[in-house]
Design a protein around this ligand. Structure first.
Ligand SMILES: Cc1ncc(COP(=O)(O)O)c(C=O)c1O
Length: 306
């Protein structure tokens, strides 16, 4: 029977058998950084594609620097462990990989230094992301945390309380998700997704200084727009009015892919249906995630299970 597989304290095991103590520092203070990597199953080719996995681990190692987490692993080691864990699951469907680097000392006290660190990885399945017809969003009443509060370029566990508040507020009010604004009122991002808008034919996305995570899907979409459509993406601050003026708005993220937003704050985005540029980028991205476009083979780590 296929089952999830964790890499924990140097061994592969069922995640149910991997336990951390209740005194663990990261559990108390959110002093950890996580990742989210897809191993996308291609039924036709009977193989997994782990998309831009090395970039995911380089980003996680940068976040480790921010939290003074020191690991005995390189991005290549982490990649190899992840591929092996996916292989060991025995799944023949999409697998989601969740690495966590964390302050593992069983210690009470708010700090980052002079603590032990560890890294674990879980390969499991998730329900497929679904947004039939596109997302209905609101602008969140929760301000996006600033980079000088909790660094937003790292996926820092404690910082995700911010996104959780926004997502729950949105869903409990009947929306699918919330778009957070910075303290200056600039459009930032969703709980786990970057934002793009199409304004008068120009593709625009918030810059690195507007409290965003530098998403790997965001970068992929910018490269696809340039290479495949000859379209440069403008990285500049976006104000709330522009969400209402835009012809198209979409989110990007590893789990969600490219997702159209069709309504914001009860106002239709463009015609109120997914726009053509969004749909085009969504289709191209799906092919890439499956490892099917040979022009981007550098981004694929292929696993053919025995
Ligand atoms: C806050 C935040 N923004 C954006 C993203 C999208 O990043 P990526 O495309 O690398 O998955 C994520 C992913 O989890 C995220 O947590």
């Amino acid at each position: 029977m296929p089952e999830p597989c964790a890499y924990f304290r140097g061994e592969y095991m069922n995640p149910k058998d991997a336990r951390i103590g209740i005194m663990t520092h990261a559990f108390h203070y959110g002093t950890a950084t996580f990742g989210g990597i897809n191993a996308t199953w291609d039924d036709e080719q009977q193989q997994f594609c782990l998309f831009r996995i090395k970039e995911h681990y380089c980003r996680q190692l940068n976040a480790c620097k921010m939290l003074q987490i020191r690991l005995p692993y390189t991005a290549d080691d982490m990649t190899n462990i992840t591929v092996e864990a996916v292989r060991r699951t025995g799944f023949r469907q999409n697998v989601y990989c969740r690495p966590v680097a964390y302050k593992s000392s069983e210690f009470i006290g708010v700090k980052l230094h002079d603590l032990e660190d560890d890294w674990l990885m879980i390969a499991t399945t998730l329900p497929p992301f679904s947004s039939p017809g596109g997302l209905r969003c609101c602008t969140s009443s929760w301000t996006r945390i600033g980079d000088n509060q909790i660094p937003t370029h790292g996926k820092i566990n404690g910082g995700y309380v911010n996104g959780a508040l926004a997502k729950t507020e949105a869903q409990q009010a009947g929306f699918d998700d919330g778009i957070m604004l910075t303290t200056d009122g600039h459009v930032s991002e969703g709980a786990v997704t970057n934002t793009f808008v199409v304004l008068k034919g120009v593709l625009v996305t918030p810059p690195p200084c507007d409290s965003i995570l530098l998403g790997i899907t965001r970068d992929t979409v910018m490269r696809l727009a340039r290479n495949e459509l000859g379209m440069e993406t403008l990285e500049r601050s976006i104000v709330r009015s522009e969400l209402y003026e835009a012809d198209e708005v979409f989110f990007t993220g590893t789990y969600a892919g490219v997702v159209p937003i069709v309504e914001i704050d009860h106002r239709p985005v463009g015609t109120g249906s997914p726009g053509s540029l969004t749909s085009n980028l969504q289709d191209m991205y799906r092919q890439l995630a499956l490892g099917r476009n040979p022009r981007y083979s550098d981004w694929y780590t292929i696993l053919r299970p025995d």
